[in-house]
Design a protein around this ligand. Structure first.
Ligand SMILES: [Zn+2]
Length: 301
C-alpha cells in the first residue's frame, strides 16, 4: 500500500472531479493502485495546505486523444477512482507565508522549503508515518464536536479493520474529541492537564471489541503514563471513583502519581462512562494479561 499527496492546483492539466476522481498521465514515473490512500494538498494562489483525504478504490486507464496529448510523451491517461473521502472542515495550513502555516510545518517536522522533499510534483509519495502524522494533525485542528454522544447510535460505534486509514482515523478523532472534552482535558487517574500527554483511552480494549471502538462511553481520558499502567493492569478504576492498585506496584513514584487525586474528584470525571466497561476491566485479571503479554500498544486507532 502506498500513501500519496494529490495536489489540487490552478495548473491542473487534466480535469479532476475532487472527491471522486484524480486524473494523471503516463509522464509520471509513479503508479497509483487500488487500496492506496491520499491526502489532498491544495495549492491555490496564496493558499497552501491540506484539504481532505481518502482512498483509491481502483485505477482505470485509456489512450489520450489528440487534444489531450499536451506533449509528444503523453500517451495514456490514468483515472484514480476515489472513496471514503473526508473533507477537513478547515484547511490545515502549511503555507510558508502565514504564521499558522510556519508553525504547522515546525510541528510536523517539515522543512521550510517543501520542494526539497519532493512536494513540487503533482503527486508525491510519502511515508506511512508522515501520512498518519499529517492526517491526525489536520483532523485534530479542524475537528469540532458536531455529534454529541447522545445522538450517536450503536452502529456508529463500530470501526472495522477493513476500513481505510482515513475513515478509521476520522471516526476515532470524533471519539477522542468527545472523551477529552467530557473530562475537561484531565487525566482521571492523576489529574494532569498537560495536553501533550493526554490520550482518549479505551476501557474495553480497541483490539478486543470492534463494536465499541468509537463509543464515547467506552472512553476515558488518561495521560500516557496512567494509560500504559491501566492497559497493563497495574491500576484499575472503580465506578465510585476509587482507584485499585495492583499488589505488584511498589514503585514510590508510581504510587505518588496514582494517589494525587481524591475519589470524589475522580467520580465527577467519570460522568458519561458506562459502569459495565469499568467493571469488566476490574474482573479481567492483570496477571492473566501479564502472562499472555496482551497489550494494545500501537493498535489504538
Ligand atoms: Zn495520569
Amino acid at each position: 500500500m502506498t500513501y500519496w499527496l494529490f495536489k489540487i492546483s490552478d495548473q491542473d492539466s487534466y480535469p479532476d472531479r475532487p472527491g471522486s476522481e484524480y486524473v494523471y498521465n503516463n509522464t509520471h514515473s509513479v503508479r497509483v493502485a487500488g487500496g492506496d490512500e491520499f491526502i489532498y494538498l491544495k495549492k491555490r494562489r496564496t493558499q497552501y495546505g491540506l484539504a481532505g483525504a481518502g482512498r483509491v478504490s481502483r485505477v482505470t486507464e485509456r489512450s489520450t486523444d489528440g487534444r489531450e496529448r499536451r506533449t509528444p510523451k503523453v500517451s495514456r491517461l490514468f483515472t484514480a477512482h476515489l472513496s471514503d473521502v473526508v473533507w477537513f472542515p478547515r484547511l490545515f495550513d502549511l503555507s510558508a507565508r502565514t504564521k499558522a502555516g510556519r508553525r504547522n510545518r515546525v510541528l510536523m517536522g517539515l522543512p521550510g522549503d517543501l520542494n526539497s522533499i519532493g512536494w513540487s510534483i503533482s503527486m508525491p509519495r510519502i511515508e506511512r508515518d508522515l501520512f498518519v502524522h499529517l492526517l491526525d494533525a489536520a483532523l485534530d485542528s479542524s475537528f469540532q464536536v458536531r455529534t454529541p454522544a447522545a445522538q450517536m447510535n450503536e452502529a456508529d460505534w463500530r470501526v472495522d479493520d477493513a476500513w481505510s486509514l482515513v475513515k478509521r482515523r476520522s471516526r476515532m478523532r470524533a471519539f477522542r474529541a468527545i472523551v477529552l472534552s467530557r473530562h475537561e482535558h484531565t487525566c482521571v487517574v492523576c489529574g494532569t492537564q498537560l495536553r501533550s500527554v493526554l490520550d482518549a483511552a479505551h476501557i474495553r480494549s480497541y483490539s478486543s471489541d470492534k463494536s465499541q471502538r468509537a463509543n464515547p462511553a467506552n472512553g476515558i481520558c488518561l495521560c500516557s503514563y496512567c494509560h500504559a499502567a491501566y492497559d497493563f493492569g497495574d491500576i484499575t478504576i472503580l465506578p465510585d471513583g476509587g482507584l485499585k492498585c495492583s499488589g505488584d506496584v511498589h514503585d514510590e513514584i508510581a504510587l505518588k502519581h496514582f494517589t494525587a487525586v481524591s475519589p470524589q474528584d475522580r467520580r465527577r470525571w467519570l460522568l458519561g462512562i458506562e459502569n459495565q466497561f469499568l467493571l469488566d476491566h476490574l474482573t479481567e485479571s492483570p496477571i492473566k494479561r501479564l502472562e499472555t503479554g496482551k497489550s494494545d500498544k500501537g493498535l489504538r486507532n
